[in-house]
Write a protein of this length. Sequence first.
Length: 146
Amino acid sequence: MKTKNLTVRIDRPLHSMWKLLANFEDQLFLLPGYISHEMVSENEFFLFIQRENSFFLKRLPLRISIIERKEPETIRLEIEEMNKRFRGHVFIATKEIAIRQTLITANLQYDISGPVHKLLSNVLKTNKGEVVREMKKILETWTPDK
């Protein structure tokens, strides 16, 4: 299994960040290539992402299941591409590091096989610094009533 880690320090209180992280519909737009999603149940949804692959855009459906939520500390997810060529586990942890500052750590462990390998590898190769800057900007300006 391969691993990707991401840590972001956000200038917002923990309770505010947890409101965003606990409601997946509010945070899916943060993902690279996000097109749309469809809720199946409170703990499961389909996510559709799109990525440029050579000369065309490819749409990829992912099933995401919420395995565990421990408010306001952790969320565990399972991710699976519909043809089972991509499988992974995500662990997100939040920690208050100051009165108005939260540390968010995400860990993705995954396996990729078959023709989706190149597509998903490109999505996962997104520049880490760019992702952190974009997430920080969105998270620090997000308001719950949006």
